[in-house]
Design a protein around this ligand. Sequence first.
Ligand code: NAD
Length: 523
Amino acid sequence: MDQEKLAFINPATGNQFGEVAMSTPEEVKQAVDDMRGSFPAWSGKSVRERARILKRFQKLLIEHRDEISTVVSQGTGKNRQDSLIELFISVDMLAQNRANAAKWLKRRRVFSGLYFTKKSYVEHRPYGAAAIISPWNYPLLISLTPMFAALLAGNTVVLKTSEITPAVGVLIEKLFNSLPELAPFVRVVHGDGRVGAALINSKPDYIFMTGSTVTGKRIMQAAAENLTPITLELGSKDAAIVLEDADIDSAARWIAWGAHFNSGQSCVAVERVYVVESRYDEFVRAAVKYSEKISSGFTLETDSPYFMGPITDPRQIQIIEDHVKEAVEKGARILCGGKEQGPFYKPMVMVDVNHSMKLMREETFGPVLPIMKVRDEEEAIRLANDSSFGLFASIYTKDHARAKRVADRINASSIIFNDSLAQFAIPTLPFGGVKDSGIGTSHGREGLLQFTRPHSYAVGGSPPAWDIATVMRELGNYKLGVAIMGVVYGTTLKQKWETFAQLFQKERKTALPEIKPEPTTTK
Ligand code: NAD
């Protein structure tokens, strides 16, 4: 029987520009086995050597920039500059991780406490063959970023990209295969959720998945079968808060950008805005002004006049339409934008929204900006936290101390002041969700260490007679144990003295209730 094929479809034009055979479960299992087999060779290299090899990959990415941005644009429908942004951030992630990996992964000497004759160390050991499963919205960036961290940490990688953007998976495979020093340590498998499930069932040593909350939970259940450690970077419903002392024009400009960039198909997109009532009208006017300036369409020219491309996954259009329709039925108004021909939208701004609407509670993942009027900062915080998600948020105010106070009360793991989205692109800042937005971390030191487990060891010769490890192993040293514990950890001078002094007393007087001694065992 012929192997099932995945067509490369440009969502903007509907044109097919290639295809790839779906990986069979046997091929997926073989990929994991191969990567487990090549793991000792890769993890056996020093961090610096791995970083040196990945530097060649960095060079390759820059050399192939035009081919890469073309394939990403064809696969997603986004403009070439936005595809270049994916590549740009990927390269930055790699460069910063390479520069810091040796420092972040360095073995640490830790205090040995009373066991001072030993030297104690913690190392960060890679897991083995890591499975990375990625989504379609940033198919290059969100595949490469965890791959770089996994590889630098010493893991080998099996990647599965989204079935919606299979051309990008093939591109990544081609790029890795073109470097003989790196090719043996990376495999790419192609296919839909069934191939993803086969990957999880093939018992990789670590799973890093980015995608929807529904799929994330399903994968976590499957991972539990083998107790495979897992990171999940999932969906969200990110809030923006605009306070009365904000620069309203700038806030509206960057919130509109944050809501509509990549046609709203970003996990960190602004999906709901809370504006204090004294600045509400002004903000709404400015948000409409900036949203109406945004054009949508598709071209492969590098100087595209189109800010927004199409909705990449046709299934997502149903969700956007459903959220908008339900909100309108419940009283919301559309101030601008809406669905156009095919998979295109004009950026939408909606008002008179509330938390009974899916538009304010579920991930819309489209170019829709719902704005809600709030009494004050307090109400804005309450509503921002009234969500099952917690990935990202933004706060607009000129007072940074106030922004920090508000940020401290928002239950999301990343927050940016007076800007949207950009924090995702700061490679040294850890990124990850709380609540239904996921578990675990990517990016930065924490993201790199995520691909390692701590391995500890204590170095020393045979314990000398006076070593605590020897003393407490010898019977008859109860009183000495008490004295050492009391002198070292006693919380008052009196307690320290008493515990020491009991070494020389016959019997200790105790104020604790008497405990009946158990019957003595006799042989
Ligand atoms: P999705 O959950 O449909 O698919 C994600 C990946 O999981 C795909 O590769 C898919 O084939 C695979 N998959 C599906 N079923 C599987 C299974 N049973 N076992 C293993 N793998 C399986 O998500 P999507 O529609 O591709 O991506 C959009 C979602 O991703 C949005 O919710 C968005 O918020 C989220 N996202 C999150 C982040 C983040 O960093 N938190 C970043 C980007 C996207």
